[in-house]
Ligand binder design. Structure first.
Ligand code: IPD
Ligand code: CA
Length: 258
């Protein structure tokens, strides 16, 4: 079986709780309006079990874990069982499962699954990016025509003002902004050319790990916002965009930050 099919089957099976509309338990986590549901935990548990079976010896860095492992030698999966937890709680049907794979420190493959559209995104380093088996590519819209997604760093109150300032500074220079509530979906949109860029002042590695490879393999660029190389086991600022928008967005964001 191909790697893509193996990952598809794992993410599809793990998504089972997301397909049923059963009652969920919601608990609070540290930070402003940050929640975890019983389904975040259930999906993560299934992913751990299924990934461990298919990739014996792999390490797991999952969002819903009290102590987070660091990436080392060998294969590490960087896992967001439900990206877009607030959307999930409010039943907005906009949440994704995101699994990035880092081999000896190098982002090697990544898979994202949208259980509501039954869309499976997969990228392998040097081999391209795909949605349901079809090759995907970033757009070539320039900044003045760009549709740019952003995250509000909701759990980090000190960043709220900066998020609003950057959004305000950008809006008059591009076509429009979007805020979906799931970084993984924003990155799928950039990779498919449905959006031209995406940024957030702080994002967790499981939010952007798989999506980074998807965008890069679709011909786009990803990086921190002036904070050095992207880490895949630590929180970081994050920017993704097509070639025509990347430098413009980076310069604008850095100027606004000051
Ligand atoms: C969040 C979503 C959201 C982004 C937050 C993330 P979660 O992930 O991706 O869009 O703004 O920064 O933490 O908590 O729903 O997995
Ligand atoms: Ca999550």
């Amino acid at each position: 079986m191909s790697l893509s099919q193996t990952m598809h089957d794992i993410l599809f099976e793990a998504a089972e709780p997301m397909r049923s509309r059963h009652r969920i338990q919601v608990d609070e986590k540290a930070g402003h309006a940050n929640f975890v549901t019983s389904d975040d935990r259930a999906v993560q548990e299934s992913l751990y079990t299924l990934l461990a079976k298919a990739f014996p010896g792999a390490r797991m860095l999952g969002e819903e874990e009290d102590t987070h492992v660091r990436i080392g030698e060998g294969l590490t999966f960087v896992i967001d069982p439900i990206d877009g937890t607030m959307n999930y709680i409010r039943r907005r049907e906009a949440s994704m499962i995101s699994v990035g794979a880092v081999q000896d420190g190098i982002l090697s493959f990544g898979a994202i699954y949208d259980p509501y559209k039954n869309s499976f995104y997969f990228a392998k380093k040097g081999k391209g990016a795909f949605c349901n088996g079809e090759a995907i590519h970033v757009s070539d819209y320039p900044p003045e025509k760009a549709l740019v997604g952003f995250g509000t760093s909701p759990y980090n109150t000190p960043l709220h003002a900066l998020s609003c300032r950057t959004a305000e500074a950008l809006l008059s220079q591009i076509a429009d902004l979007r805020r979906l509530g799931t970084a993984a979906m924003e990155l799928c949109d950039v990779a498919c050319g449905r959006a031209d860029g995406y940024f957030e002042w702080i994002l967790q590695p499981w939010d952007f790990c798989a999506g980074t490879l998807l965008v890069q393999e679709a011909g786009g660029r990803c990086g921190t916002i002036g904070d050095g190389p992207l880490p895949f086991d630590l929180p970081s600022s994050f920017l993704a965009a097509n070639e025509k928008c990347y430098d413009f967005l980076l310069e604008t964001l850095l100027r606004v930050k000051g």
